[in-house]
Design a protein around this ligand. Structure first.
Ligand code: HEM
Length: 403
């Protein structure tokens, strides 16, 4: 086995997934773009990743790839929906759907959520305080990190409070599509896709009849306007995308950030006393331990850092490795929210740059200072449990004491 094979094998093991960063460092020593098979490269250099994401010649896996790799995709509701997801659309369709969604998903709408996010965070912190008042352990992932983002997305879309409880497990099941390693989980994921679509179809009918001040009503207004029309299926399918794309990712931002604080209490103190702005802390969490570790593209005839790429080449862009590129970041393994050379790749780049980046950043910037002021003594209580996944990096359990 050569060095590259060894590193890739390690990345596939639970230990490698627990701490992939030494393996990423070893990849950086090999080069920014590494051939790992006849039609497969992994891209680890910051600049190389950036140029792949910003170059429209590199395409995302769209319907044509589904067709080739998984001819029975149409029999699976999740893939029927995913075929309309922004993440899986290429130009020119991507630009049309994205601009229509962006018209409703505005900076104003996101900024307007700040008071609601603060209120939801405080309610969750109240419940944590009650549960942990006698010094017993509270589970941060379950009691906070998992609940805040999904509630915020429900608020954004306009899902009534009474319907939200049932949503969380379904959204989590659907998010399984990002880590599809075998077909065993597919029936659960399909069931979640069917249920969510039925729910959104009903809610859309209600909002069409009686619009409110929410994203869904705005999207319906866009889809009903004459210019550039968003088809109903495109709209509804991308609602399910918002739910899954914005949920576990932000959950992991919160969990990964808290774990850094638990291991390095002065980092938490600096956010608590304001000497480190919460937004700078969030940015460095994103760089240091990215909730989304990688994404992928399909190649075209070109050359990337000296490596020949062809139309059939699959590229895995390791965003989290780019975030630790020693050619880009001074002392990349050091957590330093005040670093002058920030700029993580965690939200991607180019046409597919995360549409929810401002919302995720806002949630982090609202949540961390509140959590830290409320629980100045927050400490680890036992071993955290990492999720055994590579694409979405985070914890299943992060037990803490809060008094
Ligand atoms: C810390 C939290 C988050 C992280 C790390 C993250 C990461 C990413 C990344 C890396 C991409 C680009 C994928 C690619 O180029 O292949 C992306 C796209 C996307 N994200 Fe996020 N995301 C987060 C939160 C959110 C939130 C809160 C939402 C919505 C409420 C959201 C919705 C989306 C959507 C719809 C896309 C597809 C955009 C397109 O293809 O045009 N994300 N995200």
């Amino acid at each position: 086995m050569n060095a590259i094979e060894k590193i890739l094998t390690m990345l596939g093991t639970p230990e490698g997934r627990t701490d992939p960063y030494p393996l990423y460092a070893a990849l950086h020593e090999i080069g920014p773009v590494i051939e790992v098979g006849p039609d497969d490269v992994i891209v680890v250099g910051y600049d190389a990743i950036n140029s792949v994401l910003r170059d429209p010649g590199f395409r995302v896996s769209d319907q044509s790839v589904f067709e080739k790799d998984f001819p029975s995709w149409r029999a699976n509701p999740v893939f029927v929906q995913a075929a309309d997801w922004l993440l899986n659309l290429n130009a020119p369709r991507h630009a049309r759907v994205r601009s229509l969604i962006a018209r409703a998903f505005t900076a104003r709408r996101v900024a307007g959520l700040e008071p609601a996010i603060a209120k939801m965070a405080d309610e969750l912190l109240d419940a944590m305080a009650d549960r942990g008042a006698d010094g017993s352990a509270v589970e941060f992932m379950h009691d906070f990190a998992y609940l805040l983002p999904v509630t915020v997305i429900c608020e954004l879309i306009g899902i009534p409070g009474a319907d939200r409880e049932g949503f969380r497990p379904i959204a989590r099941d659907l998010a399984g599509v990002f880590e599809l390693r075998d077909l065993e989980t597919l029936p659960t994921i399909n069931a979640a896709a069917v249920e969510l679509l039925a729910y959104f179809t009903g809610l859309a009918a209600r909002r069409r009849a009686d619009p409110r001040d929410d994203l869904l009503s705005d999207l319906l207004a866009v889809s009903d306007s004459d210019d550039g029309r968003l088809a109903d299926a495109e709209l509804l399918h991308n609602l399910t995308l918002l739910l899954v794309a914005g949920f576990e990712t932000t959950t992991n931002l919160l969990g990964n950030g808290l774990q850094i604080i638990l291991q390095d209490p002065p980092a938490g103190q600096a956010v608590r006393d304001g000497s480190v702005p919460a937004s700078a802390f969030v940015e460095e969490v994103l760089r240091f331990d990215s909730p989304v570790q990688l994404t992928s593209r399909v190649g075209y005839d070109t050359n990337l850092a000296g490596v020949a790429i062809g139309p059939g080449t699959g590229l895995t862009t390791l965003l989290a490795a780019g975030n630790r590129d020693p050619r880009r970041f001074t002392d990349p393994a050091r957590f330093d929210p005040m670093r002058a050379d920030g700029g993580p790749l965690s939200f991607g780049g180019g046409a597919h740059f995360c549409i929810g980046a401002a919302l995720a950043r806002l949630e982090g910037a609202v949540a961390f200072p509140r959590l830290l002021s409320r629980f100045p003594n927050i400490s680890a209580a036992g071993q955290p449990k990492r999720r055994d996944t590579l694409l979405l990096r985070g914890f299943d359990e992060l037990p803490v004491t809060v008094v």
